[in-house]
Ligand binder design. Sequence first.
Ligand SMILES: [Cu+2]
Length: 355
Amino acid sequence: MFGLIVGIGVILLVVIIFTIFRILKLINVARSSNKKRVSSSNKVNATLMLAFLLGAAGLFTWYSVAEYDKYTIPIGSDHGIAVDEMFWITMLATGIVFIITQVLLFIFAYKYRYQEDKKALYYPDNSKLEVVWTVVPAIVLATLVFGGWKVWTDITSKAPEDAEVVEVMGYQFGWALRYPGEDGNLGNYDYRLIDAENMWGMDFTDKASFDDFTATELHIPKGKPILLKIRARDVLHSVYIPEFRLKQDAVPGMPTRFWFVPNKTTAEMKDELNNPDFEYNIFCAEVCGQGHFAMRLRIVVEEPEDYQAWKTTQKSWLQTKPDYLAKVPQNLKEVAIISSGMDNDKVKNSEANNL
Ligand SMILES: [Cu+2]
């Protein structure tokens, strides 16, 4: 509502200024010669330029201060520090140039407005000046690009061997997770194997699938490298975790990846922000359909011990859906029963029967 009132106010203001301008012009037409008329409308235009400069500068400053918290979100990953540093260096370099050139642009428009007694200076060229304004921006931009390239290659370098691997799959409309289980290897998948329950298309002819487990929250340990293997089931999605400064598209048929080191647990972040409701989330940053807005998945960053404890309580997917044992080739059934943890169930059941 407030926005609407401000909007109407701005429109009215523009209309009023335009009307005043028209009236002044008409008065001039009635009163004076052609030359004087040109001079006075120039003066109004030139003054409006200055007014615009001051108004825009005021809005720019107000917005930058009022919304500061929205574009300086806290950092929860190691590489996030480098990303933010680069952002602010770029902002500083381009910001200074932007402010100087814009201020000069509007001041010059005012200062060099048409005046009867002033004559334009004929100034064809100045090689020295041209060299300076070509070389200086070239050096500054090359430095910025090189710095950015270095940070980018660091971030997108190969993940360390000991990274915790988690698969994140985007679908309409949500994120599905898959952990590799004890063997540390994610099993194969195939879209043709997708059905109502096996939404990942897990392939149970691959041994590595037997101990894979799925989760509805992304649990990750603090201080350890995490490798996200990203894919999409239907259309383009994009994994976006603002606090980790992480954004990577999820593309159907073309798996992508991103690795990072979270450096603050959810609890530490809650303390730091003094916000008991704080949660890390994966958002979708690609408009992917009607339910796009609802693509959000909670992330729990915890101490490595807590993460290990959580991990050991997770049951393999096969263990929770024993019907799928039928999909396992005959010669691997025994292996599947052991590595999925189904044999524990059997032992427990037989113990229960004996009692
Ligand atoms: Cu999406």
